[in-house]
Design a binder for this molecule. Structure first.
Ligand code: TGC
Ligand code: FAD
Length: 392
């Protein structure tokens, strides 16, 4: 792969909206990605392997639990800093951002928000350093967009819960030490359970043959009469809303992350079109190539402003689920469109691993599906503006 010469686009001087702390956090993550992620990521994506050696570095730049309070091992940063870290990680690779957003928003967030004090003390410091990795099991083989219909369930056996069922498409599952698992009790109420690797009857087979998110490990969670200690239930919130609120936290980060992938594709295409000559001049001099770039930077700029504003609302605890859905949907669709256009601008070179664009394009096919598909988010917006529910 070519050396990482990334220069971030900032057409509307959005940097001026950031605090010094935001810029420090963002620049630290950006430098780390250039030094440690970019040089190896293409190779790991080709091998379809998660680069585990990056875990401690990810922890050091605050990618695990940046907004979790310092007393639990987090960095105690605000939501814009969290977003900027996700942006920089996904600028490198969506799979690495996935690992970071699952750890932060789908594992640490529910333990912090809905866990007991003992659970917080036990898990959060280890998750913040990457000593333990976590995963989040909501999706099942037959229940993706409609998790309310999940079959995974547990029974109260007096001194423990007995858990049965299966989850599928779970990021980090093959190596996670702890899984936040959503399952129904005997009354059909959904709860979060903390299931640890090593519990008898719990297995995590890896899912192979992915053309997307190849540097992220995906797997199943299988529960065959797993005895889960009673103290492992998240006590402070139950119901589907508990799981969905974690998704809000992660979807917010994905809205920022997708911008990183888009910026990388734009920056690569911009540089390439000034160097590549056809018909005796740089291809960037042709109007059709300029149209692509002009549209890309317009969409990136709109997304930057949308996301920054969402970050302000989130810091003020005013961001709604529907606003987060709009940003996730818009920014991922924007990024996938830019990846496709940028890929074309590089001609044949665009399909190779010498450049990051094809990898981003393939990764974004997962990002547009997970954490609520493109169409599910459209229906959430539709429901919000009409007050009419298309799901029921
Ligand atoms: P519905 O009846 O509307 O709601 C059930 C309860 O939940 C509340 N609620 C929310 N709470 C917080 N945040 C949200 N976004 C919420 N949306 C709904 C709601 O108020 C209600 O509460 P209560 O107290 O009244 O019971 O639920 P529904 O069954 O009709 O479903 C609605 C729908 C379709 C929007 C929801 O199921 C959905 O979002 N489906 C998409 C599923 C999804 O996104 N799965 C993601 C799995 S995790 C993942 O993909 C990780 S990828 C990680 C990576 O690698 O980065
Ligand atoms: P389905 O729900 O079967 O949807 C298929 C199609 O039907 C989609 O186009 C969808 O938009 C459409 N559709 C469904 N319902 C409606 C409707 N009401 N109206 C209109 N169209 C509809 N899940 C986790 O729990 N944890 C993870 O860590 C995780 N990581 C993932 C990693 C990867 C790489 C991938 C690909 C997925 C991951 N997922 C994870 C699962 C992901 O959240 C689901 O794939 C997603 O929610 C969609 O579910 P599904 O694939 O079953 O699609």
């Amino acid at each position: 792969m070519k050396p990482d010469a990334f220069e971030a686009p900032d057409y509307y001087l959005v940097d001026e909206l950031l605090t010094d702390e935001h810029k420090l956090v963002r620049n630290t993550a950006r430098t780390w990605v250039k030094r440690h992620l970019s040089p190896i990521i293409e190779d790991y994506a080709q091998k379809a392997e998660f680069p585990k050696q990056l875990i401690s570095g990810l922890a050091e730049v605050g990618a695990f639990g940046s907004y979790i309070p310092v007393e639990y091992g987090g960095a105690g940063l605000d939501q814009i800093s969290y977003g900027l870290i996700m942006q920089e990680m996904e600028r490198g690779d969506s799979g690495i951002r996935s690992t970071a957003s699952v750890q932060s928003s789908l594992v640490m967030y529910p333990i912090w928000n809905y866990g007991s004090e003992a659970q917080r003390q036990k898990y959060l410091p280890k998750l913040a350093t990457g000593e333990w990795m976590g995963c989040f099991g909501l999706t099942e083989p037959d229940h993706g967009s409609n998790p309310a219909a999940m079959k995974t369930h547990f029974m109260d056996k007096g001194d423990h819960f007995l858990l049965n069922g299966a989850k599928m498409w779970i990021s980090n599952a093959p190596f996670a030490q702890v899984a936040v698992v959503w399952a129904k009790d005997e009354t059909g109420r959904i709860h979060g359970l903390l299931v640890e690797r090593g519990m008898e009857g719990f297995t995590t087979p890896e899912t192979h043959n992915k053309w997307s998110l190849r540097a992220s490990a995906t797997g199943e969670l299988i529960f065959d009469n797993v005895k889960v200690p009673k103290e492992n239930i998240l006590p402070n919130k139950s119901g589907l809303g508990a799981a969905l609120s974690c998704l809000d936290a992660a979807r917010y980060g994905i809205a920022w992350g997708a911008m990183g992938a888009a910026m990388d594709c734009y920056d690569t295409a911009l540089r390439y079109c000034k160097e590549r000559q056809q018909f005796g001049k740089p291809i960037g001099q042709f109007q059709l190539q300029q149209k692509k770039l002009a549209e890309m930077i317009t969409e990136i700029t709109k997304a930057q402003l949308l996301t920054w504003r969402l970050g302000v609302l989130k810091n003020e605890n005013k961001a709604t689920s529907a606003q987060i859905s709009m940003a996730k949907r818009n920014n991922v669709a924007m990024a996938i469109q830019i990846a496709r256009e940028a890929r074309q601008m590089l001609g044949a070179m665009g399909i190779t691993g010498d450049y990051s664009i094809m990898r981003h394009a393939m990764n974004l096919e997962s990002v547009i599906t997970y954490e609520g598909t493109h169409d599910i988010h459209l229906l959430i917006t539709g429901m919000d503006v009409t007050g009419l529910n298309a799901f029921k």
